[in-house]
Design a protein around this ligand. Structure first.
Ligand code: DGL
Length: 276
C-alpha cells in the first residue's frame, strides 16, 4: 500500500470529537450516526458543570477549551461543538487554538433557516447565553439585512427535558408562554438553537402550529460534518468497520448512560473524567 494512501486511511479512520455541556449533544451524535454510520465518535459531556446557558461567556469558553484539550489527546480528526451556548461564547477562539477543524452549531442552523424561510420572518430560541450573545441574529443579518427576526430565551425548556417533564400540562403552558409571542410575529421558521430542544420538538411544533418550519440544528450540523469530511477527503472509507463510540463525562456516568442509551437506542457506557 502506498505510504500516502496509508496515511490517508489512518487519518480518515480517526473519530469525530463532539463536545457539549451535558447529554443534549447526543442529539447531534444521533444525527451524525444516522448520516455517517461508519464514522467513530468520541464524546465529552461536561455534566458536572451543566447548564452552560446561564454562565458568563468567559467561563463557558474556558470549559469548552478544557474539553477540546482532552479530545485533542484522543485519536480525533475534527471537533464538533454541539453546544449552542459554547458555540456562541467563542467558536472562533476554539478554531484558532485547535489543530483540527472545529465546527459550531450556529452557522449550519442559520443556513438552513435562510434556505427554508420564504417570508424572511424567522424566530430563534435558545438559552439565555445564546440569545443574549445575538450570535444567531448577527449571522442571519450578515446574510440578509432585511430579515424580521424574533428571539426568545427559553431557559425552562432545558429543565423540562432534563427532568423528563416534556409530556406534562405544565410544559405545554410554559411552551405557550415562550412561543405565542413569536407566533404572533408571523414567523415561518423557528431555529431550535439549543441541544435540548429537538427532544421536545413535538410539543414545540404543536404550539407554533404546522405552518412554522422547525430548524433542528442537530440535523444541520450533521450534514455540515459530512460535507466537510467529504471535501477534505477525511470520511472513513471503511464502511464495513464497526464504528467506535466512546463517551466521557465530568459528572456521574450512570445518569448519562441511562438517558444516552434511550436517546441513541443502544446501551452506552460512559467514563468519568475530572477536568481542570
Ligand atoms: N447545551 C446547551 C446549549 O445547546 C444547553 C444546556 C446548557 O445550558 O448547558 O445551549
Amino acid at each position: 500500500m502506498a505510504d500516502n494512501y496509508k496515511k490517508h486511511l489512518i487519518r480518515a479512520h480517526k473519530a469525530i470529537g463532539v463536545i457539549d455541556s451535558g447529554v443534549g449533544g447526543l442529539t447531534v451524535v444521533r444525527e451524525i450516526s444516522r448520516l455517517m454510520p461508519s464514522e467513530s465518535i468520541i464524546y465529552f459531556g461536561d455534566t458536572a458543570r451543566m447548564p452552560y446557558g446561564p454562565r458568563p461567556y468567559e467561563e463557558v469558553r474556558r470549559f469548552a477549551f478544557e474539553m477540546i484539550d482532552f479530545l485533542q489527546h484522543q485519536e480525533i480528526k475534527m471537533v464538533v461543538v454541539a453546544c449552542n451556548s459554547a458555540t456562541a461564547a467563542g467558536l472562533s477562539s476554539y478554531q484558532k487554538a485547535c489543530e483540527h477543524p472545529v465546527l459550531g452549531v450556529i452557522e449550519p442552523g442559520v443556513r438552513a433557516a435562510l434556505a427554508h424561510s420564504s417570508s424572511g420572518r424567522i424566530g430563534v430560541i435558545g438559552t439565555v447565553g445564546t440569545i443574549n450573545s445575538s450570535a444567531y441574529e448577527k449571522k442571519l443579518r450578515e446574510q440578509n439585512g432585511g430579515l424580521h427576526l424574533v428571539s426568545k430565551a427559553c431557559p425552562l425548556f432545558v429543565l423540562l427535558v432534563e427532568n423528563n417533564l416534556v409530556d406534562t400540562p405544565e410544559a405545554k403552558k410554559v411552551a405557550h408562554e415562550y412561543l405565542d409571542p413569536l407566533v404572533g410575529e408571523n414567523i415561518d421558521s423557528l431555529i431550535l438553537g439549543c441541544t435540548h430542544y429537538p427532544l421536545m420538538s413535538d410539543l414545540i411544533q404543536e404550539v407554533v402550529g404546522p405552518s412554522v418550519k422547525l430548524i433542528n440544528s442537530a440535523e444541520e450540523i450533521a450534514a455540515e460534518v459530512q460535507s466537510i469530511l467529504n471535501k477534505s477527503d477525511m470520511s472513513n472509507p471503511l464502511t464495513t468497520d464497526n464504528p467506535r463510540y466512546r463517551f466521557f463525562v465530568s459528572g456521574s456516568p450512570e445518569s448519562f448512560e441511562e438517558v444516552g442509551s434511550k436517546l441513541l437506542d443502544q446501551d452506552i457506557k460512559a467514563y468519568q473524567v475530572k477536568l481542570a
